[in-house]
Design a protein. Structure first.
Ligand SMILES: [Zn+2]
Ligand SMILES: [Zn+2]
Ligand SMILES: [Zn+2]
Ligand SMILES: [Zn+2]
Ligand SMILES: [Zn+2]
Ligand SMILES: [Zn+2]
Length: 364
């Protein structure tokens, strides 16, 4: 209910951010977290995904709300085979993010008190015990505990890895002409076929539990069993008895994956592969694949950003993928939409150098 009014509010906000006409309220946006002191508050550019005050990115200024993220993720997973992780709320696809609240009694005092930790996200369909084991295997600064550095990391990486304008043409800063729109739609089909959401379970258990098709939420963690499926473990063809001692190795680091320690499986990569939770990272940027959203391409795990860039060039000006054929290439390998190859200060197209003092190559 208030979810929807929140979504409406958020959509208006995004339009302001990306539309050509900008009405910036007198209050600026959040301060930049990467150049503290220089930025007087986020001031959006009409098409660069950057702050006009300091030049840093949107995500450097603190991402929007959880609701923005859930809405964007809902859009991403809709029409994919992971649509079961979303719910339709008044016409919007919203991500059913699995929050986890862990309550531990504090026994040091006379009257017992409770210590509550909220995880902004936890792998779905696990018992709390297994989910906690998973969290312990992540680097501390990447655990998505509400209000901590790890929660901020998750939010920034969601924006960075899964920009909404990679898969939703209506979120690009301008309307695409028909031929480019068709090219983008073809790309989005590829994107949605390649997207996967990793499964956390014990080694040997990958694929043992097909995605839940159940209606209604599992309330007590019992409804999605994580008990080892012994038939899969022991007698696949009636003669093998070696499986009890089978060793599992991480496809990331090659090290052993203990049988009692959760790992991540990626269906698109096949169940012969598994990863330590901390090794489930993008092969290009090395960042943790937040919320386990991955893309599998040519034998590599990638984040959405790097999957997309492997297929279409990305403009260093507006950060959107380029669907026209006549783009500008720089000597350093960067590319731009023809009209985005311009000076930050005077906006002159830099095929002819402008006279601004110390104008470097066009800023990203
Ligand atoms: Zn700024
Ligand atoms: Zn900045
Ligand atoms: Zn590993
Ligand atoms: Zn990446
Ligand atoms: Zn551009
Ligand atoms: Zn200039």
């Amino acid at each position: 209910m208030d979810l929807c009014s929140g979504i409406q509010k958020m959509r208006v906000g995004q339009q302001n951010l990306q539309g050509a006409v900008l009405e910036v309220p007198e209050g600026r946006g959040p301060l930049c977290q990467s150049c503290k002191g220089i930025c007087s508050g986020f001031l959006p550019h009409s098409w660069r995904k950057a702050c006009t005050v300091c030049g840093c990115s949107v995500e450097d200024h603190g991402p929007g709300s959880d609701l923005d993220d859930d809405y964007n993720m809902g859009r991403l997973l809709a029409d994919s085979k992971y649509a079961y992780l979303t719910a339709k709320v008044k016409g919007f696809r919203v991500y059913k993010r699995n929050r986890m609240v862990v309550t531990n009694p504090v026994v040091s005092r006379k009257d017992p008190t409770f210590d509550t930790i909220t995880y902004d996200w936890a792998p779905p369909g696990l018992t709390q015990k297994l989910a906690m084991l998973y969290m312990k295997l992540l680097p501390k600064e990447k655990r998505p505990i509400a209000g901590t550095e790890g929660a901020g990391y998750r939010r920034r990486q969601l924006m960075r890895q899964l920009p909404v304008y990679d898969h939703d043409p209506s979120k690009c800063h301008r309307l695409l002409p028909e031929d480019q729109l068709q090219a983008m739609q073809a790309f989005v089909r590829l994107y949605k076929e390649a997207v996967g959401v990793g499964e956390v379970t014990l080694p040997a258990m990958g694929g043992a539990h097909p995605p839940p098709v159940v209606k209604g939420e599992p309330k007590n963690g019992k409804s999605l069993p994580v008990q080892p499926d012994l038939t899969a473990l022991t007698n696949t063809n009636g003669t093998e008895d070696c499986c009890q001692t089978r060793e599992y190795h991480c496809s990331g680091c090659g090290q052993l994956a203990p049988q009692d320690s959760p790992v991540v499986y990626a269906e698109q990569a096949g169940y012969a592969r598994l990863w330590h939770p901390a090794c489930f990272v993008c092969g290009e940027c090395g960042e943790a694949l937040v919320d386990l959203v991955y893309f599998w391409r040519e034998g590599r795990l990638l984040c959405g950003r790097h999957f997309s860039q492997g297929i279409r060039p990305r403009c260093s000006g507006c950060d959107e993928l380029i669907f026209c054929e006549d783009f500008q290439k720089g000597a350093d390998g960067r590319v731009w939409h023809p009209d985005h190859y311009c000076c930050w200060q005077c906006s002159q197209i830099l095929t002819v150098a402008c006279s601004c003092p110390q104008t470097p190559a066009p800023c990203p």
